[in-house]
Write a protein that binds this ligand. Sequence first.
Ligand code: SF4
Ligand code: SF4
Length: 461
Amino acid sequence: MSEPEQTLKAHSRPSTMDQTGKRLWIYPQAVAGFFTHRREWVSYFLVVVYLLIPWLRYDGLPLVQLNITERQFIILGNIYWPHDVKYLVFVLILAGISLFFFTALAGRLWCGWACPQTVFLEFIFRKVETWIEGDRNKRMALDRAPWTSQKLIKKASKHAVFLLFSAIVANTFLAYFVGTENVLVWMTQAPTEHWVAFLVMAANLGVFYFNFAWFREQFCTILCPYARFQSALTDEHTLQVTYDFTRGEPRGKKGKVAGDCIDCGACVRVCPTGIDIRNGNQLECIGCARCIDACDLIMDKVKRPRHLIRYDSEARLNKKTTTLMRPRVLIYAVLLVVLVSGFFWAVSHRPLVEFNVLRSPGNPYIILQNGDVSNHLSLRLVNKDRQSHNISFRLEGLDEAQLVVPVQPFLLPANTIRRLEIFINVPVAALSDGKHPVVLKLYSDEMEVAQSDAYVLGPQQ
Ligand code: SF4
Ligand code: SF4
């Protein structure tokens, strides 16, 4: 293959890759300014919330725990079982529509301000790196320099702190699934006492460390699917981090060209994904607004108005009228309000005791010695409540039928799933069509709490 064929065209490759497909390491320069300060506060708040949640208790239960092994989700003192998967679907739809709404309104607000990848990378790991190795130029020089004892110490210290912070982030992540008590036990006991848990922890730590120490912005530019479809969610009225081309061009040294951009490259040097916002909106832009702060500092220095790079819409940059309240935004907003209200209504009316009817395999019915038909049904009972319930059943819809339950009422302990075998006995004459619909009603402490439709089957006459 000839050399030109081996190279990748600039427009078809990510900003972090050279013509030969090799990774270009990004060295974002530190920046301070209006947006960076606010992002910093939002990020620290989110980090504290993330670290605290697994430790918090509500009504004697973890505030949030997604216990996959025991197939229980605990949220705000309520236990959700696999039967409640509909609420999870609800939450996922809500998350999707919020993402659509905020993207249509203000582009990649999530990526720049709240995504864990950005929050941890930019405000924890990158800070540690800058603190130990110095800002952009020093980091570049250190990486180019030959291995000396000083370089070794700096690199080793950085990776030791990275490992420590990755362990905190990774073990907290694990605590959301298995609880802080288990994580503490696994952390303090010898690996030989719980090999599987130890390997899970080590793999989890490895993934976080690999991501924050090496993979970094590649996660956003290569792996994350959101970047790929976000352009379908925005339009010319969406607020995005944008370069004012009309005001900035032609770029060049101050006093020599008419445009305001002095082509200093500060916006590119601070960019965590290594792009030049002056080339227009790009897939790699995570909307972090660092380039806005960097350019504002430059504009102050050269005594020109700020906001050459700013949050703005394409329509306004092209001198068209623009509005935030477009049909798609309004539709998403209405959908969000309806879904959030529906979700809270559904959760607050969630039945705590439920059952479903399973017909036992094999014969649908048997004929008893007295000539009656007997249907054997298996019931799967769930008590999602945190207290026991006195359970009994009644049958409606077929007066001649007799419901046979081993013990009635019986105690269904809190937080349990039980299987119960019941029989419906009925004279053959009552089943003229060979089947008859009935309703099985479940009573908890004499209150009807659930019901299920069923059929009593018998021989055709
Ligand atoms: S920071 Fe501003 S002035 Fe400097 S290159 Fe970027 S857009 Fe131009
Ligand atoms: S172009 Fe600006 S907003 Fe986009 S990722 Fe780079 S620094 Fe952040």
